[in-house]
Design a protein around this ligand. Structure first.
Ligand code: KIV
Length: 302
C-alpha cells in the first residue's frame, strides 16, 4: 500500500518532486502527449508528467518507427504541449541523431528543447555509453531522464520491438547502465519492456525513480502512450498497454453523424447560423446585380 505524497493539485511538478514521490512510495503517473489539446486534457486529469515522446513519429506523423522524427518535429510538438500543460512536468524526447554524434550536438539540441520548446527536462535513450553526455547536459542545468531496455531508436540493432535483458548477462548490463545513468545525474530512468522481476530489482537498487513501460508494477512510476490508452492507434495494442477508452470509435461515430447531417442538410441549423436584415440583403443584391452587368456580355460596362 503506497502512502500519498501531499503534492497540491495546483503546484507545478518538478524533477525534485520525482525523488520525493519515490521516497514516499507514491507511484508516478506519466503519459505521452503531442499537441496542445491532448496536453491540456492529461494535465487536467492530474498526471504527474507528460512525455513528448518521439513515438509521435508513429502515433501522429504516420511513420513506422521513431527514426524519421527530427529535432524540428520535437521542437514544434514540445512547444504545443507546454502551451497546454499547466502543472505536469513536461519531458521532451531527444530524437534519433540529435545526441549520438557529439556532446556539443546533444547540448545544443537539449538546450533548444528547453529554451524554445519550454520542456522542463529531456529524455534520451541509452545506457553507460551515453553517461558522459547525460553528465554534460546535467552540468548545463538540463534535467535528464534516461531510457534503457527496449530503446526504439535502436530497433534495427535489436531486431524488432522485443522484451530485452532476459538473460543474466544482459540483465547485469542493464543494472550497470542504470547505475551509470544515475551517477551521471539522471533524475529518473525509463525501463522499457524488460522482465518485471528485473525492473523491481533495479527500482530497489536505484535512488532515482524508475518509470516503467512494459516492465511490471514494481517500478516507481509508469508511462504509457496516449493513443494506446484511448484507442486512437488502430487495432494494434501493445501487450503492455491497456485500453481505458475507445475514443477512436467515438470519433468515427461523431464524424459519421456530422457527414450524414451535412448530406441531409440537417447541419448547420438555426443555432449555428447568423442572419442579416432584409434591407442589407437587398443592397447586396443590387450591388451584385450591377457587378454582374459589368462583367457580362462583351466585357464593356452596361
Ligand atoms: O517515445 C515514447 O513515447 C517513449 C515511451 C514509449 C517511453 O519513449
Amino acid at each position: 500500500m503506497s502512502a500519498m505524497v501531499p503534492i497540491e493539485p495546483a503546484r507545478a511538478v518538478t524533477t525534485t518532486a520525482f525523488r520525493a514521490m519515490k521516497a514516499a512510495q507514491r507511484p508516478i503517473a506519466m503519459i505521452t502527449a503531442y499537441d496542445t489539446p491532448s496536453a491540456r486534457l492529461v494535465d487536467e486529469a492530474g498526471v504527474d508528467a507528460i512525455l513528448v515522446g518521439d513515438s509521435l513519429g508513429m502515433t501522429v506523423l504516420g511513420f513506422d518507427s521513431t527514426l524519421p522524427v527530427t529535432l524540428d518535429d520535437m521542437l514544434r510538438h514540445t512547444a504545443a504541449v507546454t502551451r497546454g500543460a499547466k502543472r505536469a512536468l513536461v519531458v521532451a524526447d531527444m530524437p534519433f541523431m540529435s545526441f549520438q554524434v557529439s556532446e556539443e550536438d546533444a547540448l545544443r539540441a537539449a538546450g533548444r528543447l528547453v529554451a524554445e520548446g519550454g520542456a522542463s527536462a529531456v529524455k534520451l535513450e541509452g545506457g553507460a555509453h551515453v553517461a558522459t553526455t547525460v553528465k554534460r547536459l546535467v552540468q548545463a542545468g538540463i534535467p535528464v531522464m534516461g531510457h534503457v531496455g527496449l530503446t526504439p531508436q535502436s530497433v534495427n540493432q535489436l531486431g524488432g520491438y522485443k522484451v530485452q535483458a532476459r538473460d543474466a548477462e544482459a540483465a547485469a548490463t542493464l543494472v550497470d547502465d542504470c547505475l551509470a545513468l544515475q551517477d551521471a545525474g539522471a533524475f529518473a530512468i525509463v525501463l522499457e519492456c524488460i522482465p518485471a522481476e528485473l525492473a523491481s530489482l533495479v527500482s530497489r537498487e536505484l535512488a532515482v525513480p524508475t518509470i516503467g513501460i512494459g516492465a511490471g508494477e514494481g517500478c516507481d512510476g509508469q508511462v504509457q502512450v496516449f493513443h494506446d490508452l484511448l484507442g486512437l492507434g488502430g487495432d494494434f495494442l501493445p501487450r503492455h498497454a491497456k485500453r481505458y477508452a475507445d475514443v477512436g470509435t467515438l470519433v468515427r461515430e461523431a464524424v459519421t453523424a456530422y457527414a450524414d447531417d451535412v448530406r441531409d442538410r440537417a447541419f448547420p441549423g438555426e443555432e449555428q447560423s447568423a442572419h442579416m436584415d432584409a434591407a442589407t440583403l437587398e443592397a447586396v443584391r443590387a450591388a451584385r446585380g450591377r457587378h454582374l452587368r459589368r462583367v457580362s456580355g462583351s466585357g464593356t460596362e452596361a
